[in-house]
Ligand binder design. Structure first.
Ligand code: BGC
Length: 765
């Protein structure tokens, strides 16, 4: 008997050894063979990540995955027996987010902090965004990460969403095209992206449990359109499902979203992963086509196994998801054995971000040629704490560990201006005192760091400062971050800020000097009540580590503003139709791992009704002719442009729109042609106009012209008809209006189009 047991054990050992020796090693062309060679445990295990370094939820450490790229958000599960490495997933989107320092090493691993998504979108320049993506992707590759968890591409449904800064626009055509460009740029480096958060993650309040209740039409035309465009144009390697539910079910559990729409209708070829610790029902995740659970909780593998045992998960779905993960892995630099040099071109990328930010900077007001300062101005009085302590970007996973940031003061100095040293001293003391206190309160990197706020300069000092300086700049700052929404109060200036602008303008105007207000903000703020007071208003957003240089380059005239608003600036936040259904005074609900279901349903926390339907942003304001402070697409320049010869040509499937833009002023500049379409009446109600295409000129010298030609697929003129589950292009006359904003139409042309209809699945009910 003993002999038999020994013999059996030896036989088993021999079999294992044989299997190990002959186990297929993963290659791009043997994925099916490797899947067949995987044990059930291995298949289950590879569906789950290896935990999130720094967040201890009891996930066992797997080999040395955590030290592959310290500070990365996670990795996939490695199976060395089959030659399957762990690949590294790391945040974005404003740059690569990794730890800048490593234990026992003096070398540093700083990354470049690029402008926030909203600033990039304000450039309306897809080529430029692709260059930024290319530079970010180089850092991803050079520091040894495989997939950047970016871009963030949720629609700005309302100005108060705490993560709008990472996102692009209130319009899906602009968002989608900017996201596509960003992805193309990154993936040119042979590394991947994760288009996130798919979808309807339009508020941070209870983001892990909130149910977005949205009509099929608004879902298709607004929120999903923003994802459909980059999926079709840029094929991101991965997509991150969102934390929230949509119409009652977590997005990560919806087959109709992750398979029917994403893969069957749009042709997505990559892998889907959960957002970090998102989703609940692992069997539903697997079946829906949410291939990977990231970063994984200790019980996730067992939950998947339980699903397999009781039939909630089919073997076919398991194999399908495993195959998709392997298809992702074989594309990565880590799999290909491409060594990382840990030496990205940080100096080159500093130039990229400095330049890119200038194109996102949007000029809202410029009376009497206040800007650029040029050589007329030498001494500048600089106010506002964020002039000295710049907000380079937002907080949370979208922040970047950069080695430096350039303040406005430094930028001004680099552009040859002298800032008033006495004012600087006052701010230095004020900010230092504040920071000492604030540091004590901030408990984690995840908390949005408050900035110092403002104080009122004394009247007699102001008088002297106005006498000895040539002009004044006042910066207003706002910050936000992941995990909480912006509070309504922060949409408005507070009393001190308002009074500060009034007092400084009064003192400087009395002395015959100009005042510029600079908005170093993460999202839309109220401007209507105070915009008449200063002479110029410049909106740089949070524009990356070189922000102070970028702003001062535009202020001096070394560069010029050519940004256009990617969203409306309303008069009051309540003017947005969506404000009826957003947490206006957001309880700052933080995500908690394994949040409890209470059973009790609270409006705006457990569910949010998207009652405004398709009337998001300018689609609402323009259709219902509501006054706004600054319309969608608005932005001035240092020069003037003329739009001429708007023409439209249509054939069976495409419409071609062209316009000639001429620089009619005295300075160089770039202009954007925004094509808004008014569709004929049909079975469903339509917005007054919708952006369908846009293009930006190259740099035009005074007198120079450029003809911009844009093509629109006729199918993209469709509205979604819920009754028919179809995209319908109604036959009739379409007006193509070409404007410099949604409310500044320069010319238009019409085309008679025949109707068309494309049926899709009746899903997301
Ligand atoms: C965020 C994602 C991010 C992930 C990994 C989550 O909290 O929502 O955007 O990619 O963490 O850090």
């Amino acid at each position: 008997m003993k002999r038999i047991i020994v013999g059996f054990a030896a036989m088993c050992f021999a079999t294992v050894m044989h299997a190990q020796n002959n186990a297929p090693q993963l290659r791009a062309d043997n994925i099916d063979e490797v899947v067949s060679a995987m044990t059930l445990d291995e298949k289950v295990r590879i569906l789950v990540g290896t935990g999130m370094p720094g967040v201890d939820v009891g996930m066992p450490v797997v080999g040395s995955t955590r030290s592959l790229v310290p500070g990365a958000a996670g990795t996939t599960y490695p199976i060395p027996r089959l030659g399957i490495p762990a690949i590294v997933l790391s945040d974005g989107p404003a740059g690569l987010r990794i730890d800048p320092k490593r234990d026992f090493y003096s070398k540093t691993y700083y990354c470049t902090w690029f402008p926030i998504g909203t600033c990039l979108a304000s450039s309306w320049n897809t080529e430029l965004v692709e260059q930024v993506g290319k530079a970010i992707g180089e850092e991803v590759r050079d520091y040894g990460a495989d997939v950047l968890l970016a871009p963030g591409n949720n629609i700005h449904r309302n100005p108060l969403c705490g993560r709008n800064f990472e996102y692009y626009s209130e319009d899906p055509i602009l968002s989608g095209n900017i996201a596509a460009a960003y992805i193309l740029g990154i993936q040119k480096n042979g590394v991947g992206t994760s288009l996130k958060h798919f979808a309807f993650n339009n508020q941070e309040t209870n983001r892990m449990g909130n149910d977005a209740q949205v009509s099929q039409r608004a879902a298709r035309e607004i929120y999903l359109k923003a994802f459909e465009i980059p999926v079709k144009k840029a094929q991101p390697w991965t997509i991150m499902s969102s934390y929230n539910k949509v119409n009652g079910t977590f997005t990560s559990e919806r087959y109709d979203l992750l398979t029917t729409i994403l893969r069957d209708e749009w042709g997505f070829k990559g892998a889907v992963m959960t957002d970090w610790f998102g989703g609940k029902n692992r069997a539903a995740n697997v079946m829906a086509g949410n291939d990977m659970i990231q970063p994984g909780l200790p019980f996730d593998p067992d939950s998947i196994k339980a699903g397999l045992n009781d039939g909630r998960i089919t073997e076919q779905a398991l194999n399908r998801n495993v195959r998709r993960i392997l298809e992702l892995i074989v594309k990565t630099p880590r799999f290909k054995g491409q060594a990382n040099n840990d030496n990205p071109d940080l100096q080159g990328h500093a130039k990229v971000t400095r330049e890119a930010a200038t194109e996102g900077i949007t000029l809202l007001k410029n009376e009497d040629g206040t800007l650029p300062f040029g050589k007329r101005i030498k001494n500048v009085a600089v106010y506002g704490s964020t002039s000295y302590d710049i907000l380079a970007g937002g907080s949370g996973s979208g922040s970047v560990n950069t080695s430096y940031t350039i303040s406005l003061i430094e930028g001004l100095r680099n552009n040859g201006y002298t800032s008033d040293p006495a004012i600087l001293e006052t701010y230095r003391d004020f900010i230092q005192a504040f920071q000492a206190e604030a540091r004590k309160k901030q408990t984690s990197w995840f908390d949005t760091p408050p900035h110092a706020g403002e104080f009122l300069p004394a009247a007699d000092s102001l008088k002297m400062q106005a006498a000895r300086n040539d002009a004044a700049i006042i910066t207003i700052g706002r910050n936000a971050g992941e995990g909480g929404d912006r509070h309504r109060d922060l949409f408005y200036l507070n009393d001190t800020e308002r009074q500060m602008i009034t007092n400084i303008c009064e003192a400087f105007h009395k002395a015959g000097k100009k005042v510029v207000v600079l908005l170093n903000i993460d999202g839309v703020i109220e401007t209507a009540s105070w915009k008449d007071i200063p002479d110029a208003i410049l909106l740089p957003w949070q524009c990356g580590q070189e922000g102070g240089n970028s702003m001062a380059d535009v202020i001096s005239g070394a560069r010029y503003p050519s940004g256009k608003l990617p969203m409306t600036f309303p008069i009051q936040v309540e003017d947005h139709l969506s404000s009826k259904n957003i947490p206006l005074n957001a309880p700052q609900v933080r995500p908690t791992v394994g949040q409890k279901e209470t059973g009790e349903q609270t409006n705006l926390i457990d569910y949010t009704r998207y009652e405004e339907g398709i009337y998001v942003g300018y689609r609402y304001f323009d259709t219902f002719q509501k006054n706004v402070s600054y319309p969608f697409g608005y932005g001035l320049s240092y020069t003037t442009f003329n739009f001429s010869d708007p023409t439209v040509k249509a054939d069976e499937n495409t419409v071609t729109v062209s316009v000639t833009i001429t620089n009619t002023g005295n300075a160089v500049g770039k202009e954007v042609a925004e094509v808004y379409v008014t569709a004929p009446k049909g079975a469903v109600e339509k917005p007054a106009q919708e952006l369908k295409a846009f293009a930006k000129t190259r740099e035009l010298k005074p007198g120079e012209s450029q003809t911009l030609t844009m093509t629109i697929d006729k199918a993209d003129l469709a509205s979604f008809n819920e009754k028919q589950s179809a995209w319908v292009v109604d036959s009739g006359t379409y007006t193509f209006k070409i404007g410099a904003s949604s409310r500044d139409i320069k010319g238009s042309a019409t085309a008679k189009l025949s109707g068309m209809k494309q049926k899709v699945h009746n899903v997301l009910k």
